[in-house]
Design a binder for this molecule. Structure first.
Ligand code: PLP
Length: 234
């Protein structure tokens, strides 16, 4: 199967899941996750009409992005854990950061975006399963309140929603409660009408559970292996 075939097949499955849930398929974006994929595979997806991409490591994308400079209307989002000391580089090479998990990181990103003369869209990553090994802020953490309260100070950041990577379960249904919790958290926060915080985006769902995520309200699914095949690592 080619990348173009796989993209079309995923879109079809996304549309079916949306219709099952009484949703408009147009309201759900497909992000192609290209970590470990060489630039050539990204260009292939672009040639097939794809424009939204996710990468999870600053260094890896820094090495690839020169080869992608001609894909001017493509959007590249940072979706992996971002250390504060890499914030400046990330603000320079990415269009958006979907894994904001601390006020300190937001400070750094804001300052770097200001120096680069750009505005960054950001999502707050929620550690919905409370797993120690996962990044993201806990839904009830003081850090989340800190980020929300300080948002008006970060003139170069636009907080646009929430992102999560739930605990892995073989059965995609296992992720459903976490997806639902993220949607409910978004609704609660949106109800508070916080200044400088908009919460339209719910980034949730990956190759093995994106249909469940769509049924639970996802507006952006992040799909890697189902488009590009198994990742070659090491
Ligand atoms: C790798 C990754 C994905 C995509 O995972 P697949 O199972 O390959 O679809 C999605 N989100 C994040 C944050 C990732 O790191």
């Amino acid at each position: 199967m080619t990348i173009a075939n796989n993209l079309a097949a995923i879109r079809e499955r996304m549309a079916r899941a949306a219709r099952r849930a009484g949703r408009d398929p147009e309201d759900i974006a497909l992000m192609a996750v290209t970590k470990t994929q060489p630039a050539g595979r990204i260009i292939e997806a672009y040639a097939a009409g794809h424009r939204l991409f996710g990468e999870n490591r600053v260094q890896e994308f820094a090495e690839k992005c020169g080869a992608l400079a001609e894909l001017r209307d493509a959007g590249f989002h940072m979706i992996g854990h971002l250390q504060s000391n890499k914030a400046a580089k990330a603000a320079e090479i990415f269009h958006a950061v979907d894994s904001l998990d601390s006020a300190k990181l937001a400070e750094r990103l804001n300052a770097a975006a200001e120096r680069a003369g750009k505005t960054l869209d950001v999502l707050i990553e929620i550690n919905s399963g409370g797993e120690a090994a996962k990044s993201g802020v806990a839904p009830d953490a003081a850090e989340l309140e800190k980020i929300l309260a300080a948002a008006p100070e970060w003139s170069q950041l636009r907080i646009r929603g929430l992102m999560t990577v739930p605990p892995f379960t073989d059965d995609p249904e296992g992720a459903r409660p976490y997806f639902r919790q993220l949607r409910e958290l978004r609704e609660r926060l949106a109800g508070r009408k916080l200044p400088s915080v908009s919460l339209g985006v719910l980034s949730m769902g990956m190759s093995h559970d994106f249909e469940v995520a769509i049924e639970e309200g996802s507006t952006c699914v992040r799909v890697g292996t189902a488009i590009f095949g198994e990742r070659v690592t090491g």
